[in-house]
Design a protein around this ligand. Structure first.
Ligand SMILES: NC(=O)c1ccc[n+]([C@@H]2O[C@H](COP(=O)([O-])OP(=O)(O)OC[C@H]3O[C@@H](n4cnc5c(N)ncnc54)[C@H](OP(=O)(O)O)[C@@H]3O)[C@@H](O)[C@H]2O)c1
Length: 316
């Protein structure tokens, strides 16, 4: 269960800033952490929250380039469901043009995840084809738009007709209701049997064989979620024949240098597309932090499309 409580105020260590949090957002991993299945890395706050927006309230030693009062959003290792959080300055981002401070609280996780795993790691390029599973998820809504804005042909899967329609509205060329049609069959038909160049996978074991069957020669699979299990048999022969690559990573457990590079890459490559209106944050609901349990219920029921945001009440 979730409950609001009082904890000691965090203090910024050297290289960190203290943020007055305006908004945070629910990530699927928060539900796992709540259930005791995704503990925070050593030394990280046990308060939930892997992203936030807010204002800088204090600067730790040796922080340069930021000032008290600056409006920012941040990739966090934890602690975002709070009024204040201390975060390394290298994990801060400016607010993208045209985005309000509350909405910006829903951007860091999805933008950094998609930037790092689809573009930086799997190198999705102009003119290539891309499949993202869970197109209506927070990550999926960002992945569809970014891949489209950067010139890919986009395929996606989703579990209801309304979600499929939303994915098409976001720019997906082919949106597949996986409850009605086998996605691997649709991909084979749509690509003339060639498959797709990059797959962003949130399902894991259950989709491994079909993802591999749907992969183009020299294709790349980025696994970021295990909603369909962690263990499955991999046909290495099929992977070899395709000269394929499978990456798997989490964002939260990475060393700070890698997070800094991902945050910088996201600001450099994703923020301008948001500023131009080519990529829009998709927010399903905004609730006060006191309603975090209801926010988790919504995300747990998978009835949402996009992100569920929590506000701390310090936005004014
Ligand atoms: N590795 C990383 O660093 C990283 C970072 C961010 C997110 N993630 C992962 O990426 C995934 C999406 O995250 P999110 O916060 O954007 O999620 P989200 O908004 O909660 O959406 C997840 C979606 O997945 C689908 N789903 C739920 N249970 C499923 C199941 N058992 N099998 C197949 N599909 C299921 C649902 O859509 P349908 O109704 O269409 O099935 C649901 O809306 C999660 O697995 C999360 O842990 C990983």
């Amino acid at each position: 269960m979730l409950s609001l409580g009082e904890v000691d105020a965090p203090a910024p260590a050297p290289g960190e800033v203290l943020l007055e949090v305006v908004a945070t957002a629910v990530n699927r991993a928060d539900l796992l952490q709540r259930a005791g299945k995704y503990p925070p890395p050593p030394g990280v706050s046990h308060v939930l929250g892997m992203e936030c927006s807010g204002r800088i309230a204090a600067l730790g030693e040796s922080v340069t380039g930021w000032e008290i009062g600056d409006e920012v959003c941040a990739l966090l290792s934890g602690g975002g469901y709070a009024e204040q959080v201390a975060v390394p300055a290298v994990q801060l981002m400016r607010i993208p043009a045209g985005v309000d401070l509350v909405t910006a609280g829903a951007l860091p996780e999805v933008a950094c995840t998609v930037w790092s795993m689809v573009f930086d790691t799997a190198r999705l390029a102009l003119g290539e084809s891309f499949l993202v599973h869970g197109g209506s998820s927070g990550v999926g809504t960002m992945a569809i738009q970014l891949a489209k804005a950067r010139g890919a042909r986009v395929f996606t899967t989703a579990g209801t007709a309304a979600k499929v329609a939303a994915c098409r509205d976001l720019g997906a060329d082919v949106a597949i209701n996986y409850r009605e049609r086998d996605f691997a069959g649709v991909i084979a038909d749509e690509t003339g049997g060639d498959g797709v160049d990059v797959i962003l996978d949130t399902v894991g074991a259950k989709y491994l064989a079909r993802n591999l069957a749907s992969l183009a020669t020299a294709g790349r699979i980025s696994v970021i979620g295990l909603l369909g299990g962690a263990s499955a048999e991999l046909d290495l022969g099929a992977l070899m024949v395709k000269r394929g690559t499978i990456y798997a990573a989490t964002l939260r457990a990475r060393p700070i240098e890698q997070k800094a590079a991902i945050v910088a890459g996201t600001e450099a490559h994703v923020w301008p597309l948001i500023g131009q209106g080519l990529v829009k944050p998709v927010v399903y609901r905004v609730l006060p932090l006191a309603d975090a349990a209801e926010a988790h219920r919504i995300v747990g029921s998978s009835s949402h499309i996009g992100k569920v945001v929590l506000t701390t009440g310090t936005s004014g």
